[in-house]
Structure formats: structure tokens, C-alpha cells
Design a protein around this ligand. Structure first.
Ligand SMILES: *[C@@H]1O[C@H](CO)[C@@H](O)[C@H](O)[C@H]1NC(C)=O
Length: 154
């Protein structure tokens, strides 16, 4: 006995985009101007949570400041490190390099560590915690994460 109702179901499944890397987040947020700015400097949008309220960038010095509207907690791929973003994240950005970063911390080895800088080679991101670095494929950061511990709605 054939089951013809499988056919429309199958074509529906095939029509779904397979590009999404996180099935638990089927509606990725559209990038804000700050996210677009990140990509201009060679970084993936997933470095910033979706909840960007405002940002400033001095294109001469590279000094930037991102207002997230409140502190924010997310889980970083691929190793599921817990990370917190301060209400305000600041630093200095040039092509492929973020330095003097202030406002992003990750939980590892039972301690909170401040991420002080991030380098991008296009293919990979290198996170700097003081003199310690950790390298991850940039494609893990293709989507802006949703804040888990948001203090205000957006
Ligand atoms: C941008 O940075 C440059 C170089 O540090 C500085 O001279 C200028 O005053 C800054 N502009 C603003 C609007 O802060």
C-alpha cells in the first residue's frame, strides 16, 4: 500500500532551508547596522547578540561602543561556553582585529574570564583571554544569538 500523503510532506521538508546551523533557533534575527559593520571588518555577526540597541564607531580610531540595552547571557558555540555581555561592550576594531575589548566574559575552568581581543582570519576566529588564545571556525558564529538572561525586552 503506498501512502501518497508522504509526498507533499516530503516536498515541504525539501523546501525548508538547510543552511540554519541551530535548529532550535529557526528564526534568525535580521542583522542590525552594528552587525553589518562587524562584517565589514571581517567578523561574523554571531559575535554580537541580537539585542543591539545602539552603537557608535569612530572610523578613524576604530573605537566602538555597543549598547545591548541590558546585560545578556548566551551560550557560545561549539563548546557551549557560557558567556556574558555587559550592557555596554567597548573596544577598538580594525580589519580582522578587535582589541582592548571590554564587556564580554566567558565561563571556563570554574572561573569567569574576560575576552580581551578577537582576531579573524576569515576562516577562523581567535579569542584572546590575556595571553591565552582559543581558535574556532568562524562558521560557528553565522547567527546572532538570542540573549538568555535579558533584563529588558526589545
Ligand atoms: C575619532 O578618533 C580620532 C583619532 O583618535 C580623534 O582625533 C577624533 O576626535 C575622534 N572623533 C570622535 C567623534 O570622537
Amino acid at each position: 500500500m503506498t501512502k501518497p500523503f508522504f509526498l507533499p510532506l516530503l516536498s515541504l521538508l525539501l523546501a525548508l532551508p538547510f543552511s540554519s546551523q541551530s535548529p532550535e533557533n529557526p528564526n534568525p534575527n535580521p542583522p542590525t547596522a552594528a552587525h553589518v559593520e562587524l562584517t565589514r571588518y571581517g567578523f561574523p555577526i554571531g559575535l554580537l547578540p541580537a539585542s543591539v540597541r545602539a552603537y557608535t564607531l569612530n572610523e578613524t580610531s576604530g573605537d566602538f561602543s555597543v549598547d545591548l540595552g541590558g546585560s545578556c547571557r548566551i551560550t557560545l558555540p561549539p563548546d557551549n561556553y557560557l558567556a556574558t555581555y555587559s550592557k555596554k561592550v567597548k573596544g577598538k576594531i580594525v580589519q580582522g582585529r578587535i582589541a582592548e575589548l571590554d564587556g564580554i566574559r566567558v565561563r571556563a575552568l570554574f572561573k569567569w574570564w574576560s575576552i580581551t581581543g578577537i582576531k579573524s582570519s576569515g576562516e577562523n576566529l581567535v579569542f584572546e583571554v590575556g595571553v591565552v588564545t582559543a581558535k574556532y571556525p568562524s562558521k560557528n558564529f553565522d547567527e546572532s544569538p538570542e540573549c538568555e538572561g535579558k533584563h529588558s525586552s526589545s
